[in-house]
Design a binder for this molecule. Structure first.
Ligand SMILES: *Cc1c(COP(=O)(O)O)cnc(C)c1O
Length: 397
């Protein structure tokens, strides 16, 4: 990760096709396109990559989460369980639909803690949103059991774990609906883009219509389409889809590099006293987008981060102190700073955040260091980096 590091001729060629015929829109203009349907082609390619029946491309990963929830009928007043460690997009999407984000603890997988999930279920709970953070996954078997037992929708945000698998199945394809992002820093990038995947035909058709103003996409004449229900514009463009098409064809190459480098980090760093590796659930295979490890406590994690900074080890984060991914720094959510009025139902639903603490999340996120794995590094560079990281940790602990 990220895929842009290896942009090349394939991306240029796919993009040139679109520019040559001039149709930047994914729907219609059949006569002008000279047979180029990049978004459709990418959707078809992704059904194979993610071993799923249906793929709907959208404009971003955030759009994918929003569209997935909407497609399954999640809306006003519904509670959606989500982790304290994720990207802000998770609660943005939930709240965009008038639903209520219910944040719960993560465990040593850095994903949802199944016990905390079960404890958070109320009569208003509609869905569980699993977020597969930093290239790996939550305990999916336990979470599937809970969602089945309580008849809840299971949603899987696999934006950061493209190519990871669980019991041989691609991450994103395990839940009722899966979401992906192809933004600029993800393993497959197309600039801005995303995808919703599902085996449920109704959810798929809902996603197809909802992401394009509710148009039903029946027939060739766009003007004659009807609107079975209200929608919005979450479309992807042909330009973005073209780049995505080139990138997805290269995913096996990207994954091979990421996993090879991940193994080097794991082998070198697991020898270091005080370092433990993140728990990967049995049957899981990481995508290799990140290397994650734990130190004994928050204080040592902060010391090591300082050492990394001084020693020139970049692209590593302790998310406890990071604005983007952990509840501790989401003041705008806790204070409900909104540009426009928010419903009383959502306000009341979020009151719990004023004084709720998340000790288990603090315990694991505080001790964690997550390092991006770059596709553009050479194997020698990775070996040197791993060795240097080991030295710094030993010195700081
Ligand atoms: C990147 C990301 C998103 C949002 O994707 P965008 O395409 O940037 O909107 C959502 N969830 C997670 C976990 C992400 O990492």
């Amino acid at each position: 990760m990220p895929g842009f590091e290896l942009f090349g001729d394939l991306e240029r060629k796919e993009l040139q096709d679109v520019l040559d015929n001039g149709v930047l829109m994914r729907y219609g203009f059949d006569g002008m396109r000279n047979g180029h349907w990049k978004a459709k082609e990418l959707e078809s390619e992704l059904t194979k990559t993610f071993q799923t029946n249906h793929v709907q491309l959208v404009s971003s990963g955030t759009a994918a989460v929003t569209v997935a929830l909407a497609s399954a009928g999640v809306g006003a007043g519904d509670e959606v369980i989500m982790p304290t460690f994720t990207f802000v997009a998770s609660f943005e999407a939930i709240m965009a639909l008038g639903a209520i984000p219910v944040l719960v603890d993560v465990d040593d997988t850095l994903g949802l803690n199944p016990k905390a999930v079960e404890a958070a279920i109320t009569s208003k709970t509609k869905a569980i949103m699993v977020v597969q953070m930093c290239g790996s996954m939550a305990d999916m078997e336990a979470l599937q059991e809970i969602s089945t037992k309580h008849k809840l929708l299971l949603l899987e945000d696999a934006c950061q774990a493209i190519g990871g698998t669980y019991n041989g199945k691609p991450l994103g394809s395990i839940a009722d609906l899966g979401c992906f992002s192809f933004d600029f820093v993800k393993t497959i990038t197309c600039g801005e883009g995303g995808a919703v995947i599902t085996n449920n035909k109704d959810y798929y058709l809902n996603a197809d219509h909802y992401s394009d103003h509710g148009h039903d996409h029946v027939g060739n004449d766009r003007g004659a389409e009807t609107h079975p229900f209200l929608g919005y514009n979450f479309r992807i463009s042909e330009l973005h889809a073209a780049v995505g098409l080139a990138q997805v064809k290269r995913l096996p190459e990207f994954l091979e590099i990421q996993r090879r480098y991940l193994n080097i980090f794991k082998e070198t760093l697991s020898q270091v006293a005080g370092v433990t590796l993140r728990t990967v659930p049995e049957g899981g295979e990481e995508s290799g987008a990140f290397f994650n490890f734990f130190l004994p406590d928050l204080e040592s994690a902060r010391k090591v981060m300082q050492g990394f900074k001084e020693g020139g080890i970049d692209v590593c984060w302790n998310y406890y102190d990071n604005n983007w991914h952990y509840i501790r720094k989401w003041e705008h959510l806790k204070a409900l700073k909104s540009l426009f009025p928010i419903s009383k139902e959502v306000k009341d639903g979020l009151k719990y955040l004023e004084n709720k603490t998340f000790e288990m999340s603090d315990h694991f996120i505080g001790r964690n260091i997550s390092c991006l794995i770059k596709l553009s590094w050479t194997e020698e560079e990775v070996q040197e980096r791993a060795k240097k990281m080991a030295e710094i940790i030993t010195q700081k602990l």
